[in-house]
Design a protein around this ligand. Structure first.
Ligand code: MF3
Ligand code: CO
Ligand code: CO
Length: 256
């Protein structure tokens, strides 16, 4: 199956889905505080997506995933399952939101600090966001996916952090995960050549320690093998005639 090029009508639906996903992150932000459980965050997002946005939380029942959002805390890399565990001061958490609206997906995630972060926590969260932005800046027609991967990898590794290899960004549209796979490491000038109308995510997972990960017995939660902190930020992107449009840009987010 080849990479799907979206037409105008499909792109407009992707814009709407992207905006809704971004809006969920804005909505949930004030609740992401010490003492709240990730189950409560899940419930608030679930209800907002369904009742306010008239949309569908894509993770719920996706290959058996039991909740409506992913919450990955501290050394959890991705796909953390919301639970009765409370957030506490000093934690960092990734909240990953995917909504389906009118048949199209918007997928975005960000890190939050619980209370005042320590130096390492702040560093890895900021670095992962910068890694995402560096990847996004490579997106334009004629560029290669390998340009994105190399830029993210060089940036992370030159800052003495590591890039998770087992999980990657992905094409997105009527399906949650479409072709192509968007690796966060690699060689410039290799891989799929970008064309106007492609939509995909970039979502680097950056570890402060070694890159290796393992999956917990719950079959979802991915953690760093060395228990080092991990951070991830994600946007859904459209390749435009001249460059890139960030479909999940949050109001007030400054991309630079
Ligand atoms: N939102 C994740 C991604 O960025 C995928 C989560 S799959 C789930 O691709 F089943 F865990 F929700
Ligand atoms: Co994604
Ligand atoms: Co996601």
């Amino acid at each position: 199956m080849a990479v799907k090029i979206k037409n105008k009508e499909q792109i407009n639906k992707m814009r709407i889905a992207g905006k809704l996903a971004a809006d969920v992150l804005i909505m949930i932000a004030p609740y992401v505080k010490a003492g709240i459980t990730t189950n409560t965050l899940d419930k608030i997002c679930h209800d907002y997506i369904i009742d306010v946005q008239d949309a569908i939380p894509a993770p719920l029942n996706y290959h058996g995933f039991p909740k409506s959002i992913c919450t990955s805390v501290n050394h959890q890399v991705c796909h953390g399952i919301p639970s009765e565990k409370k957030l506490k001061k000093g934690d960092i958490i990734n909240i990953d939101i995917t909504v389906i609206k009118d048949g199209f997906h918007g997928d975005t995630s960000q890190m939050f600090f619980i209370g005042k972060p320590n130096v390492a926590a702040k560093r890895i969260c900021n670095l992962a966001q910068e890694a995402l932005y560096i990847g996004i800046k490579k997106v334009k027609p004629g560029a290669y996916l390998g340009d994105i991967g190399q830029a993210v990898q060089v940036f992370a590794e030159s800052n003495h952090c590591s890039v998770v290899r087992e999980y990657c960004g992905h094409g997105i549209g009527e399906a949650f995960h479409e072709e192509p796979q968007v690796l966060h490491y690699g060689k410039a000038g290799t891989g799929v050549r970008l064309e106007e109308g492609m939509t995909f995510t970039i979502e680097p997972m950056i570890n402060i320690g070694k890159r290796h990960v393992r999956q917990l017995p719950d079959k979802w939660t991915v953690v760093t093998k060395d228990h080092s902190l991990s951070a991830q930020w994600e946007h859904t992107l459209l390749v435009t005639k001249t460059g890139v449009e960030i479909l999940t840009l949050r109001e007030g987010e400054i991309f630079r």
